[in-house]
Design a protein around this ligand. Structure first.
Ligand SMILES: [Cu+2]
Length: 159
């Protein structure tokens, strides 16, 4: 089979672009600190509200510029975000999110950050992020969880 010289050039360019694309994705993953989130514990799906740390939901300060946000995904709310709004922390604060679900799989995402994980019933998911930029951060569920999935959102204010 004879391959035209222009086709050879085209194939070589495609190969170079594929290699550059893979390198760009790899560099982006390392530079943004992308990593898989593993479970950091488990809770019995029955009676979550009586088990630590989910017996005390909400944002609490644990040190100088250190916060812990314990939250429970339930159809169709992030408990207790709506009850505690506006959640406010000063710029430069580090928040460790500890989340689980009491019913179905939810997805925790904080827009503008790398907080993005599935929230699985009975599994504790822990994510930490330092909020250096002031602004409003939308906290959403990004895993379709039923009829009012779009209502699972809240706001974090970094001032
Ligand atoms: Cu949802």
């Amino acid at each position: 089979m004879k391959v035209h010289s222009l086709e050879k050039i085209y194939l070589a360019l495609c190969a170079v672009l594929i290699v550059l694309g893979v390198i760009a994705i790899g560099a982006s993953v390392f530079s943004h600190g992308v990593h898989l989130v593993g479970p950091s514990g488990s809770v019995n799906a029955a009676g979550i509200a009586k088990q630590a740390p989910f017996d005390q939901l909400g944002l609490k300060q644990t040190g100088d510029g250190q916060y812990e946000m314990t939250m429970l995904g339930q159809m169709w709310q992030w408990n207790p975000i709506k009850q505690q709004e506006p959640l406010t922390v000063p710029a430069g604060s580090t928040i460790t999110f500890k989340a689980t679900s009491s019913d179905v799989i939810h997805g925790l995402m904080v827009r503008g950050t790398n907080i993005n994980a599935m929230i699985i019933p009975g599994q504790i998911t822990e994510l930490t992020y330092t909020f250096d930029k002031p602004g409003e951060y939308l906290i959403v569920c990004h895993e379709y969880c039923g009829a009012f999935h779009q209502e699972m959102y809240g706001k974090l204010v970094v001032s």
